[in-house]
Design a protein around this ligand. Structure first.
Ligand code: SF4
Length: 121
């Protein structure tokens, strides 16, 4: 039997959650004060994910802006985050670009797209 102590990050309350695992399977979750915390804790110990937010190079912008804020439209497996940043190291977008535009479809995982977070002319 193994126990993991977590702080729920789903809302600002930051509940302290204890997850019990046996043979890698969750057998008990305690400390959460709502169902979202239980789901978060179960996922965090079995398949942690994070939304990637970063910036990429921007070319051709009228105002001379050199970077564009981007994010994934769904959380990526946490284990892929460093590889994702490596993938984006040389990636550049040409202005104009509109907020919400899919820049890279199925980025790192099927169904996870990289999208623009800002409109730049
Ligand atoms: S368990 Fe619920 S109330 Fe507590 S931090 Fe998580 S989301 Fe917020």
């Amino acid at each position: 039997m193994e126990t993991r102590e977590l702080t729920c990050v789903v809302c600002p309350a930051g509940c302290k959650i204890t997850v019990t695992l046996e043979d890698g399977k969750v057998t008990d979750v305690k400390g959460q004060t709502c169902p979202r915390g239980k789901t978060y804790a179960q996922n965090e110990v079995t398949h942690p994910v994070r939304t990637l937010t970063t910036t990429v190079l921007l070319e051709n912008a009228a105002a001379g802006t050199k970077t564009l804020p981007v994010k994934t439209n769904k959380p990526l497996s946490k284990e892929l985050l460093f590889a994702a940043m490596d993938e984006l190291a040389g990636f550049a977008v040409k202005a104009p670009v509109t907020v919400g535009t899919v820049l890279l479809k199925d980025f790192m995982e099927p169904g996870v797209d990289l999208v623009a977070c800002k409109t730049v002319h």
